[in-house]
Design a protein around this ligand. Sequence first.
Ligand SMILES: [Cu+2]
Length: 316
Amino acid sequence: MTIRAKLTSLAGALAAASITLAAHASEDGGSDSGWSQLNMTRGVTEISRKIYDLHMEIFWVCVVIGVIVFGAMIWSIVNFRKSKGAIPDVTLVHNTKVEVIWTALPVVILIAMAVPAARTLVEIEDTTKTEVTIKVTGFQWGWQYDYLDDGVVYYSHLDRKSNAARELLSGIDPNTVPHYLLNVDNPLVVPVDTKVRLLVTGADVIHSWWVPDFGVKKDAIPGFVNEAWFRVDADKPGLYRGQCAELCGRDHGFMPIVVDARSKADFAAWLKNTAAEQKKAAAAAPGATAVAPASAAPATAAADTTASLAAPATAH
Ligand SMILES: [Cu+2]
């Protein structure tokens, strides 16, 4: 086969493949399947959309540059090849005019990209005027959410069904588990249309709190408090999912994040109820916080330990 014939058949195969893919994409249509899954999500916050738009802007700048540069290269290679009798043109070597153009043009392009990028970055970092503050602590392996102003604290772990199915030789088909490895027992509850600030830290190693729909990915580093914020669109309450995005040890893949965005009224009611429940539980079992260390005590303290362990159970 000649090179030309090979290239023709390769081009034909590529065209066929892209037509098939395009057909699939139009079949899927939806925003979270097909081609769109290859791209960033537009998300449900103003910032996530700004990040998306910025990403697309820069993407198209790169596409245009790529097409022009590779187009010029391929065109020159094909049209000025030796077999066509091309003779090297040495006038472009150290041509001041050309050098000025190919230095100035990239500078202009870079500045044009830096301006919108910096604007979005400044907005991402602006944690002023927040209405709800939640401390998020990553640990091996799960998350703790602490509503600093309301005294509500709880842990969020991988849900029981996923946890059972993921065990080696569990015999459970993961396809039968809804949202396998992406469900938690206690989601983070937040109000919509409210500027929620997260104070993100780590208890043991570095984790990263990542919810793509909010455009938030923040490292949870022991000894540091990182800030992030989001405001979910008023008309977009619902469940949003994410994962730990920093390899943090054996069960890194088993500490998903679920955010339950509720209407302001629902959130206020939930917060009030949960605060009251936690207060009641704490009052019923004043030694509850001592349970963990006590259970590790030597056998002589066994009777005492059993008593304090039993207390929180009766509270429910
Ligand atoms: Cu982690």
